[in-house]
Design a binder for this molecule. Sequence first.
Ligand code: CA
Length: 548
Amino acid sequence: MRESKPLFHLLSATIVMKLKSNTHSAEPPVKRRSYLFTVILTVVYLGGEPIFSEAPRPNILFVFTDDHAAHAISAYGSKVNKTPNMDRLANEGMLFRNCYVTNSICGPSRAVILTGKHSHLNGFIHNGNTFNGEQQTFPKLLRNAGYQTAIVGKWHLGSTPTGFDYFDVLIGQGPYYNPPMKTIVDGKVVVQKNTGYTTDVITDKTLAWLKDQRDPNKPFMLMYQHKAPHRNWQPGPQYLTLFDDVTIPEPATLWDDYKGRTSSASEQAMTIRNHLSPNDLKLNAGPGNLTPEQKKLWDAAYGPKNKAFQEAKLEGDDLVRWKYQRYAKDYLRCIQSVDDNLGRVLDYLDETGLSKNTVVIYSSDQGWYLGDHGWYDKRWMYQESLIMPLIIRWPQAVKPGSVNESIVSNLDFAETFLDLAGVEIPSDMQGRSIVPLMKGQKPADWRESFYYHYYEFPGAHNVNRHYGVTNGKHKLINFYHKKEWELFDLSKDPNELMSVYANPEYAEVKKSLETELARLRKQFQLPEDEPAPRKPPPAKQEKKKPEA
Ligand code: CA
């Protein structure tokens, strides 16, 4: 790793003194300061390297959404929507096809990103935990190394953010409209009211920070994090009727009967058929926190649609089809606002010249079932919820329009950001910087397999605890409290409909994956004994429990 050295500190101090003594310079102060900053950075942080040949450390803009499936991004081949601004990032950067989440649920994914450690080590194994903000995180390390750090939008980790010069975050899940947000004013944590659609509000605040609070003398690391498209998918005012005149294609596995898998797949509670609520389907009175103007638009959009639905008196599969259309359209409407707002931010970077040396990352905390397997939600190690979208643009080093197939993970994000900043990666982080992959260089010893572990059971949607391993070709899953295993041949059965665990033809594959699973569990310091299932929440509070 690059480390600054005393000799270079001394050299930088000398240059600073010489430049400061140049009081008769004809250059305006701002330009002089900028030059000074570049020289200092180059000397101090590139210790040991050719010292005047590299650009200043890049800015990092982490654009993060909640529950956005890669297969609802046109750059990933979506059959259901178009996302021109996400595609713009992909056309100008690199798209990762195999970015896997270690634990497919909101809070845990975020905790892994901050720490570069698996859930059992960072302490946030399922939603409802509180993140210990005293532990080592990448924002703290970047801040210590001279980065200006900020987070705007969804935090969802219970505790107050640490490691940031600035935060302005939703409280818990936060609503889709008119969100109260927590920030710091004069050193005190305060909650402020906001009016508007939350995706727009978060973007307005992000742009305001970039325009008014960014320190031009420091590189920045900004986390711009949306609530959307999380359940229960309330579209923005401009998109309440988008897709009204089209039929969204149904996924191939909408009518899955779960017969080819163990008992867990059929025991879940996340089907479009049975588990979407009237609130999810917008068949109730609508959000209770709208302004009169917002309410008027909402009712004008859903009123006639709901009237037609009531009159149709649908039943059975026809009702499932209707529910799928309503659910998918609302989900995609929320994504359309995310895409528009991403465009606003990208435009700002272009207008100010910041695009050139800002690494822009688009990702989401896990994948998602957009009707696949008849489901909504996430949690499983199956492909749709295992794959996170990951698109990275960095004009300095990433080839435009490139695609990467290597197995990468949210476990790698902290290490990657530190590497970009030239900061040493702590040895107790468990992932690996993907910067070489971004530069088109795959290290010979890059990982060929991936460890997954989901813990939230008993819990919302009744998905059993499981861990597993995949190498991208096969996948072995252990529902360990039930002692039930599944094995999938992903090339022959990409939709994971038929486990071949008991098929003797796969005996060698099974054995090899079992060995790999044991090796990874040891490498990642998993305890020998799994923790007991968590205590079920009291029945009375079940309804109030925030959705993941
Ligand atoms: Ca999520």
